[in-house]
Design a protein around this ligand. Structure first.
Ligand code: SAH
Length: 457
């Protein structure tokens, strides 16, 4: 490799001032214009760091000693959580909200879209213990089965009992399951040798219904003592109404395998969102912050300005949570989603809520948009809520070809959002209202937002 002419060298110890925070929550200090990324450091802080890794355009350094600390730094007892579950917990909540707003704004400016405004992030009153879903790794530590988490960007496992941002009841249920796995002497999965039994525990809890689902994910086809574990769990936690077993024997980071069987109780739990009832299966996507999801959907519906006469398409509809919420204010809603189980739930959810003005299809949003266009469906509003990778060009093509008045874009990744806004603008759409960030993930660096794109006359 050619020698790089950098202003710092490896293992150098130096004093720096942090200027900014990356989208991953790392502090940024510049040495003669060369950025160093520093874990746990906040803008405004002066500290002594040790250079660890050097790249062509940026490097990484480790904080050795703080010379000054920022006013918006929060002292946390559970400091280790910051390296995995809650990477922003050292920043006070108001500053977290400002950080998320700025993150979107900075990306827009970088893309020469300075004219697009970003509203203040809609935050939570209680930004802790909010998650309705836990997916925790299970590992063997000093011969004992433990639940815990991985440090940020690594496979370093840390055993844990209080997960801080999860519904407190979920933490309690997790401990009961952990103790049962110990009681029946089940071994945890070992990544290196790809042996052992239990890989992950997934627990979901309905915010309003209080119903709990437990999914035990194993590396083996069978879960030993399944009957006893299910029986003991039901006896200890009567609110656990669904106990499932999922098999995942692949060498992968993906948590759930394709196969899920019922051990006891029922295969789904239900919960409510904005007064509508939803059935949720183990494999279905369901927003993890119920309090903020209600506000997110209300914001999306309000911005779509539905009057009851509109035709709406909800691409990426999941179990139909947005579709049903919109159906109450529209003439007809078409939903598409790639997971068959989720569409099954969506149909059941429409029936259970006595809504008849919905049509759901299983498949890729891209192809169904084209099908609907051929069938002569003319949507007034297209709602998109894609995964982190954002939209494909082909989806943007078919969406704009249908010429809806509005495209409402719920995004969980500002980088792909900004990229996609550019494409929509090239096809005659404009962002006329400020983008609204809604904090779905307090204490983390994740940024969710609602954008409305309007067709230009
Ligand atoms: N709107 C729903 C789900 C949003 S998550 C809610 O708020 O609950 C994104 C969803 O898109 C997931 O359910 C995922 O399974 C689905 N998905 C991913 N790629 C897709 C594609 N190409 N076509 C249709 N759906 C897709």
């Amino acid at each position: 490799m050619a020698k790089l002419n950098l202003p710092v060298y490896k293992k150098e110890e130096l004093e720096v001032t942090v200027e900014d925070l990356t989208y991953q929550g790392l502090g940024v200090a510049k040495v003669k214009g060369y950025p160093l990324f520093i874990k746990a450091a906040l803008p405004g802080e002066k500290l002594v760091v040790k250079v660890e890794k050097l790249g062509k355009h940026f490097g990484y350094a480790k904080a050795l000693k703080w010379l000054t600390t920022a006013d918006n730094r929060v002292k946390t007892k559970a400091k280790y959580l910051q390296t995995g579950i809650a990477p922003l917990m050292h920043l006070d909540y108001q500053s977290q909200l400002a950080f998320k707003q700025k993150l979107i704004k900075d990306l827009l400016v970088k893309a020469h879209l300075d004219q697009i405004e970003v509203a203040k992030t809609l935050g939570m009153e209680q930004p802790f213990a909010y998650r309705n879903k836990a997916q925790v790794p299970v590992r063997q530590v000093k011969g004992q089965l433990e639940i815990g988490f991985f440090k940020q960007g690594s496979h370093d496992f840390v055993a844990l009992e209080d997960f801080y941002i999860q519904d407190k009841r979920i933490d309690q249920v997790l401990l009961v399951v952990r103790d049962l796995l110990r009681k029946y002497q089940l071994n945890a999965y070992d990544e290196k040798s790809h042996t052992g039994i239990v890989r992950h525990l997934m627990v979901r809890r309905g915010h309003y219904s209080k119903q709990v689902m437990v999914v035990i994910v194993t590396n083996t086809k069978k879960l030993p003592h399944a009957t006893e574990i299910a029986r003991d769990l039901q006896a200890a936690c009567p609110d656990v109404i669904s106990i499932m077993h999922n098999v995942n024997d692949a060498r992968t980071n993906v948590i759930l395998g394709p196969q899920t069987e019922l051990l006891a109780g029922q295969a789904e739990i239900t919960d409510q969102l904005n007064g509508l009832t939803f059935k949720i299966a183990a494999q279905s996507f369901y927003q993890v912050n119920p309090v903020q999801t209600e506000r997110l959907y209300q914001a999306a519906i309000k911005r779509a300005k539905l009057t009851g006469t509109e035709t709406v398409i909800d691409a990426y509809c999941g179990i139909g949570t947005i579709s049903l919420s919109m159906a109450k204010h529209a003439k007809h809603v078409y939903g598409v989603e790639i997971v068959p189980q989720a569409i099954e739930n969506a149909k059941q959810n429409a029936d259970a809520n006595k809504l008849t003005n919905l049509t759901f299809e299983v498949g890729e949003a891209e192809s169904w948009m084209a099908n609907w266009q051929k069938a002569g469906i003319k949507p007034d509003v297209i709602m998109v809520d894609p995964p982190r990778k954002g939209l494909t060009e082909s989806l943007i093509d078919s969406a704009t070809a249908m010429a809806p008045d509005k495209i409402v874009y719920v995004s969980c990744n500002p980088a792909t959002l900004v990229r996609d806004i550019k494409s929509f603008m090239e096809k005659g759409y404009q962002v006329t209202q400020p983008i609204l960030p809604v904090d779905q993930f307090p204490q983390t660096t994740h940024v969710e937002s609602v954008t409305v794109l309007t067709k230009q006359k």
